[in-house]
Design a protein around this ligand. Sequence first.
Ligand code: ATP
Length: 221
Amino acid sequence: MSDLVGTGLGVTYGDLVAVRPLDLRVPGGRMVAVTGPSGAGKSSLLWALACALRPAVADVTGTVEVDGQGLWDREDAARAGVVLVPQRNGLSASLSAEESILVPLLALGVGAGEASARVEAELGRVGLSEFGRHLVDQLSGGQQQRVALARAFALRPRVLLADESTSDLDAGNRELMIAALREEAARGAAVVLATHDPEAAAQTDAVLALDEGAATWVREA
Ligand SMILES: Nc1ncnc2c1ncn2[C@@H]1O[C@H](COP(=O)(O)OP(=O)(O)OP(=O)(O)O)[C@@H](O)[C@H]1O
């Protein structure tokens, strides 16, 4: 079980306060939703938790820890098993669905046989077994979201930060993906889902609502 703790975490872009300093704890095994209207600061919070906001882009205050270990930059976060699924999915248009999942695994040193098995299993889990050879560009927005989730699952994250990862999905696929996110939590990951969707948020263990960067727990774990 992996514990994600943000303390005094805040994000500003120049004069604009995107996230007012907040404390957040997501124990392994739990799934927390971050909700709020467009521009409320959801993506900024997830990027700050992933230590992925470069100082040239944003000022980030506070600290992020995974299992008591402080994270200082993106490399630290990656080493600690923090995986961010960005809002626009972060996939390369010129890779196939299979390659999108395989390449990061090989880069991490996962053996070829194990990596191929994970690709097959995760594409199946998101219902895209038939689409492995399709280029990302040839997939719908919702299919791309599912490939991005499959890629994240294949990395066996200790902390999974999913930014609007169900926003382009029909109800059936949304339920499938939320079930898969819950399985990741059951495996021991700390899962955070940023979402506009009240039905998705209702299926999480706790809800942190952001409004103009100010956070309120509307349902606490
Ligand atoms: N790189 C940036 N530079 C300057 N301002 C930014 C930057 N990124 C985000 N912002 C601003 O920070 C605020 C929070 O944006 P953020 O993307 O975190 O909100 P959000 O809740 O994720 O929105 P959405 O639901 O539309 O994705 C907004 O006012 C946005 O315009």
